[in-house]
Design a protein around this ligand. Sequence first.
Ligand code: PGA
Length: 261
Amino acid sequence: MKRKPIIAANWKMHMTPQETDEFLRSFNRLLGSRDVVDVVIAPPFVSLAAAADATRPSENIAIAAQNMSPEPAGAFTGEISARMIKELDCDYVILGHSERRTLFGETDDYIQRKVSAALDARIKPILCVGETLEERDANKLEEVLERQLRAGMKDVNRSRADDLVIAYEPVWAIGTGRTASAEQAQEAHAFIRKVLTELYDAEVAGQICIQYGGSVKPANIAELISQEDVDGALVGGASLEVDSFFGIIKGAEEHVRDTTA
Ligand code: PGA
């Protein structure tokens, strides 16, 4: 089998603590004790504690923050540190999401500092990379992915590299209903793995999970995840309803079962 898939819900600015609790209690009942794929939920900061409480009885759901500061502590009004989210049971943190890059001006360099701070705190970064439509149309897909990867992983040495998850999210596919075709996703994922091989080696590159993100839904997960280098999904809109998020997990599980049967 290739890498164990990770299906992650990026709730963005949705879900109050109470809504988080309600969602996860019914989701937990559906999920039961299955463990064919790893499931990660990334609620907003204020709902992290509720998520940790609601998922505690099951060991099957990991919690992620959607962002964090690269600074350990200090006079940074409105910021949240790695230590703070670690204390709230976060095993993962999403870093460099395209909304952070484009709406909040986060640079490759700034994201790289966050990656290092997360790893120092024993939190696994989900490092997001991806091109805009203009970049794709200008044939800059590989250039953009390579720049974002090399910058984001600059200070990550070989022994820590497989603690990272990479999420390939073409910006033009996020929240637009327009998914990359399975071939487009595979092409980008294979290129990402090639860059990881250059940065480390084939063994390390072969261990790193590369998720696809951008309008993933129950209807397209099977085709995406059956691609050789697609190891899971980072799901926005379709993760906000219990049934559709669960449908994506089931779709991924069926693929794993088919390939291991
Ligand atoms: P989407 O978002 O599934 O709503 O396209 C994905 C993401 O931004 O992580």
